[in-house]
Ligand binder design. Structure first.
Ligand SMILES: Nc1nc(=O)c2cc3nc(NCCN4CCCCC4)[nH]c3cc2[nH]1
Ligand SMILES: [Zn+2]
Length: 373
């Protein structure tokens, strides 16, 4: 197997491209969607389920695992792969975003970000060195640098000042983890808000530090689709073509397609798993809100084209019953299905890119999933 970090590009179609990324826990075909496993579990699923639905890489969160159960404990017990029983690739976000979206009382200084735990209010400092140490303890295959995800609507002065700090933090993360040490990769994160020149400035600085892959941060933070796509189209091509490009926190089917069209290789979003738990299901005939009364006596499978256990075994009526009755099995079956849908959608996208018919595939999927999630 190639060395971790090896990224080989395959056939492309316009700016969309296919590729293969080698990690210490296996190879990933790109473009790829990463199910979110925030606290060391993709909610309601076993690792064997993830294998069954052909999930290739999952996402964990430094912020959550540091606060509970603690990265030192996870390291003592053999690292996150062994702890959670998943031997495939794991990417961990650095905590920057979670601190801003979850914790109370936070202060940003040159040293790092101090915050109060959303669990018990205890005070903590995330410095670049600290978040690298946590991710090294967890044994992540891909570590993310500490960055400031600039809030939507931040003015130019704030955004420019913040990207400078994010660059200095990125440098400190790089210094804290020698390239490829222990097979653990590190991705940089580009900020710059919704100012194209600041995005270019941030990209240039982060690329100059040098990472195994590059992420676009600061998007999917409340902006309109048009605003996200405008920045995406401008910033994605600035990232080195020979390294993986990761669009953080995205997204809905049409956003994944737009991201792939712009040359993005990796995505993560809570949408399929979170929507599963609130009964919003993605099918190849469009969206199904399983709680609707129309499904009460519907003996047909959720999606007759879907190979997942839920669609092979149960009726919509049963899935609706489980949801209405608040049965735990509802979470598991709906999540199995939604992640299978995302997995199949990405596989078909990779195939369409290889065959030079990505634009047609994108149009076909957008017809199923018009504006809005
Ligand atoms: N380190 C780091 N930096 C970011 O700028 C960042 C930006 C992000 N933007 C999102 N958006 C998530 C949006 N999500 C959509 C579905 C419902 C819940 C929120 N996640 C992100 C994660 C991020 N992580
Ligand atoms: Zn299914």
């Amino acid at each position: 197997m190639n060395a971790p970090g090896t990224f080989t590009l395959g056939p492309g179609d316009g700016s969309a491209r296919t590729g293969r990324l080698t990690t210490a826990h296996g190879e990933i075909e790109t473009p790829v969607f990463m199910p979110v496993g925030t606290q060391g579990t993709v909610k309601s699923l076993c690792p064997t389920d993830l294998q069954d639905i052909k999930a290739r890489i999952i996402l964990g969160n430094t912020y959550h695992l540091y606060l509970r159960p603690g990265d030192e404990l996870v390291a003592k017990l053999g690292g996150l792969h062994r702890f959670m029983g998943w031997d495939g690739p794991i990417l961990t976000d650095s905590g920057g975003f979670q601190v801003f979206s979850l914790s109370g009382l936070r202060r940003i200084t040159e040293e790092g970000v101090t915050f109060a735990s959303h669990i018990d209010g205890s005070k903590h400092l995330f410095s670049p060195e600290k978040v690298v140490s946590i991710q090294r303890n967890l044994g992540s295959d891909i570590m993310m640098v500490l960055d400031e995800c600039v809030p939507y609507g931040a003015d130019r002065a704030y955004t420019e000042k913040s990207l400078g700090l994010t660059t200095r933090w990125a440098r400190r993360c790089r210094e804290a983890h020698p390239a490829g040490d222990r097979g653990q990769l590190m991705f940089g994160i580009v900020q710059g808000g919704f100012f194209k020149d600041l995005r270019a400035q941030s990209a240039e600085q982060i690329i100059e530090v040098g990472f195994d892959g590059y992420a676009l941060g600061g998007l999917s933070v409340g902006e309109s689709r048009a605003e996200m796509y405008d920045i995406l189209g401008d910033a994605a091509p600035l990232l080195p073509a020979e390294r993986p490009r990761y669009l953080m926190g995205v997204g809905a089917p049409r956003d994944l397609l737009a991201g792939m069209a712009a040359g993005i290789d990796m995505f993560d979003c809570v949408l399929p798993t979170r929507n599963a738990r609130n009964g919003t299901l993605f099918t190849f005939q469009g969206k199904v809100n399983i709680k609707r009364a129309e499904y009460r006596e519907d003996d047909s499978p959720l999606d007759p084209t879907c190979p997942c256990y839920a669609c092979r075994t149960f009726s919509r009526a049963y899935l609706r019953h489980l949801y209405i009755a608040k049965e735990l099995l509802s979470y598991r079956l709906n999540t199995l299905h939604n992640l299978t849908f995302f997995s199949i959608m990405m596989e078909r996208a990779r195939q369409a890119i290889r065959e030079g018919r990505f634009a047609a595939y994108r149009a076909e999927m957008e017809a199923l999933y018009p504006e809005g999630e």
